[in-house]
Design a protein around this ligand. Structure first.
Ligand SMILES: Cc1cc2nc3c(=O)[nH]c(=O)nc-3n(C[C@H](O)[C@H](O)[C@H](O)COP(=O)(O)O)c2cc1C
Length: 158
């Protein structure tokens, strides 16, 4: 068990809030996530910690691709729709407008901007798996302020 005294520091780390798109064949999924960071300029890469038991991780293991959807500050309802596990919620993208492009990972029409990534490395990090992805595509649907974990008033772990 980590030191309890570390909790306040962990709670105060700043994060964005994203919908991670994933696929396995024709099946697509979305998951709310905040443990994401850019980790290389050249080539452009991002690192994302994904719960080892999640459906998203199963999809990423199978397809070796994922997308990152940046959500607008006002779109809190959208973020809420991707919190429940796929195993309980079923098809979370059922009523949601999305398209696919380079990797086949879902790009939400309501997102401000998006990235598409190909997995270059995964590392088991306790109860999550750190997924390092090379950014192979990306774009902007519209301008706006992206949602943050703090603005949402939520926390994830500590
Ligand atoms: C605010 C918040 C942040 C989250 N951040 C992450 C994250 O960074 N990585 C992760 O694997 N799960 C994260 N989760 C949990 C997943 O959204 C949750 O386990 C989801 O049900 C997994 O969906 P799936 O089984 O369809 O992949 C977060 C949840 C919330 C509420």
């Amino acid at each position: 068990m980590p030191a309890e005294s570390a909790k306040p520091a962990l709670e105060q780390i700043s994060y964005g809030l994203y919908i991670i798109g994933s696929k396995d064949g024709d099946e697509v999924n979305g998951m709310t996530a905040n443990w994401l960071t850019q980790c290389s300029f050249e080539p452009r890469m991002v690192a994302l910690a994904v719960e080892a038991e999640s459906h998203t991780m199963t999809n990423i293991r199978a397809s070796r691709v994922f997308s990152v959807n940046l959500v607008a500050e006002a779109d809190t309802r959208l973020i809420e729709q991707f919190v429940e596990p796929q195993a309980r919620a079923g098809n979370k993208l059922g009523g949601i407008d999305f398209r696919t492009a380079t990797t086949g990972s879902p790009i939400l029409e309501q997102a401000l901007a998006w990235l598409e990534c190909e997995v270059v490395q995964t590392v088991m990090t306790g109860d999550h798996e750190l997924v390092v992805g090379r950014v192979v595509a990306g774009g902007e649907n519209r301008e706006g302020e992206p949602l943050t974990l703090k603005a949402m008033g939520w926390s994830y772990g500590e």
